[in-house]
Design a protein around this ligand. Sequence first.
Ligand SMILES: [Zn+2]
Length: 248
Amino acid sequence: MVIVTSGTILPFAFSRDGAQEVSGEEGKADPMTTLQAIELRCPVCENRFRSQTVISTNSFGGKRTDFHERAAGTQPLPYLIHTCNRCGYSGSERDFTEEVDVSPGLKEHVWNELAPAVASGNLTGSEKYEAAAKVAEWQSLEPRHVADLLLRAAWCCVDEGDIEAERFFRRKAAWKFEESLDSFDGVARDERAVLTYLVGELWRRVGDAKVARDWFDKVPNEIVDSQTQQWVIDAAKQQRDCPREWFG
Ligand SMILES: [Zn+2]
């Protein structure tokens, strides 16, 4: 069982001890995703509302080659982002704490661009991540952070069965990851290889084989530790020459 922490950054670890071995244990272990009701206070409009959060989950559903980790049972992703049901402000639980600083400009964006959507009903997981990505952009957060939210929007679309929206968010995520790789210190040196791989994989899944190939071919040049990062080189070569849907 994986205990969920508040961090949102990609689960980079490439483990071979995941899906295949554990799936044989299904039924014996307790693979459930556990949700809990929480009360949040919106920093934009002061509304107090209830949401559901993830207490624990699992990765028994395997990991896709774009790092989309799947749980057996309920998928946790839609419950890791919360949306104010009054104004539409969206983010992770820590984006609803007292310390969050909201500028007048951010409030205006939220009321103008997010409030209309929540008025028409509950948002899907991908819509919540899209809203959170907009909030992060309005707060001028790092492209890497925005990219992470857009990638999760795409992952939610997979579960929602919306292929067109999935491609839309994959493209947007790829551009944002590219922007973070282009910036001077947007990505730690030892994470550049895996993000370069990920950009390639996003373009491959969008259906742009040529661009995907260019990115996969850049991976070897981004390696800083050939021992611990050999798997990234292998993964890039695999996805370039003979792509697979799942790791492991
Ligand atoms: Zn609100």
